[in-house]
Ligand binder design. Structure first.
Ligand SMILES: [Zn+2]
Length: 311
């Protein structure tokens, strides 16, 4: 299956590499167009990798994050578009301080939706991905990313909304990314136990709050993409200021992940086509694109094949 278009909407640069990245790498290499839309510039991100806490880097944060994002997109083999909003930062303290005035999360919804509607009508995705109503993680920009994506999914199809932002386009399906799955962690732990090795995230797993159950109950769609986990990890490392190469993202060996849980998880949030659940393909139920007429580029264009990635 090729010639489809997938648009992944994310709050900050680096979110695309930690949520659904191996899925995107797979679809891109199979000859589909994949475009990441990043809502904010990540300007208020801290330096989370001690090795990158170098003189001058804090002052150059915006610039560094643009460079990091370009490298991650190249590694994943995806197109990339910035929407130009300003990172709200993660407010900390009790009570939490107010968000800075220029924050994305404070932009009125109708204003924030317009550039995404324009991006959708221009790219014409068959499928979009975004976060669930909790943001997947309680950052104000992640929750806003959900609200803006869902509103844009509706508005892009409506000729009466944003008439100056292009011809209406109906996205067939929109999904939520689901990364925090307890069952997955438990299976990783079992595999480490079986090997007689210490599970590196044991402490973290013990602290996992279970009162809301497991997100796995919401998952409708699992995408086989274990072969692309090394690509995902390289894309993550490209966000050098944000991702500590010795941190928890890389704690569980790729070999264990590929053996025990070689998929990424999504929840079908809305669909305009008939869907049969569960699914193993984000484009399931969507008519094959007319390859002759469509603006299709080879999935291999611009993709770095110098490394030993699966094809
Ligand atoms: Zn984020």
């Amino acid at each position: 299956m090729s010639g489809y278009r997938l648009m992944a909407v994310h709050a900050h640069p680096d979110d695309e590499s930690s949520k659904g990245a191996a899925t995107m790498a797979r679809y891109a290499r199979e000859g589909n167009r994949v475009r990441v839309v990043t809502l904010t510039g990540g300007e208020r991100g801290d330096i989370l990798n001690p090795a990158m806490d170098l003189p001058g880097n804090r002052e150059r944060m915006s610039e560094l994050r643009i460079e990091e994002m370009a490298e991650a997109a190249r590694i994943l083999g995806v197109e990339h578009e910035w929407l130009g909003f300003v990172d709200s930062g993660l407010p900390e303290g009790d009570p939490k301080p107010p968000l800075p005035e220029d924050s994305f999360a404070l932009v009125p919804l109708d204003v924030a939706v317009e550039p995404l509607v324009r991006a959708i009508r221009e790219f014409k995705p068959h499928v979009m991905t975004t976060y669930d109503e909790n943001g997947g993680y309680p950052h104000p920009d992640h929750i806003r990313c959900h609200e803006v994506s869902m509103a844009a999914f509706e508005a892009a199809a409506d000729p009466e909304r944003y008439p100056d932002a292009g011809e209406p386009w109906e996205v067939a399906k929109i999904y939520y990314n689901h990364g925090f799955i307890r069952k997955r962690m438990l299976l990783f732990q079992e595999e480490y136990d079986r090997r007689g090795e210490e599970f590196p995230l044991a402490e973290w797993l013990k602290k996992w709050k279970t009162e809301h159950g497991d997100t796995m109950a919401r998952v409708t769609t699992q995408i086989e993409c274990g072969a692309y986990f090394p690509v995902r990890d390289d894309a993550l490392r490209a966000h050098a200021t944000q991702i500590d190469p010795n941190g928890s993202f890389f704690a569980v060996s790729v070999d264990v992940q590929q053996k025990v849980w070689p998929t990424e998880e999504f929840e079908l949030a809305r669909t305009r086509v008939q869907a049969t659940l569960p699914e193993n393909d984000l484009f399931a139920g969507i008519a094959a694109p007319d390859l002759a007429a469509a603006d299709v580029r080879s999935g291999h264009d611009g993709i770095d094949d110098s490394k030993d990635y699966p094809q």
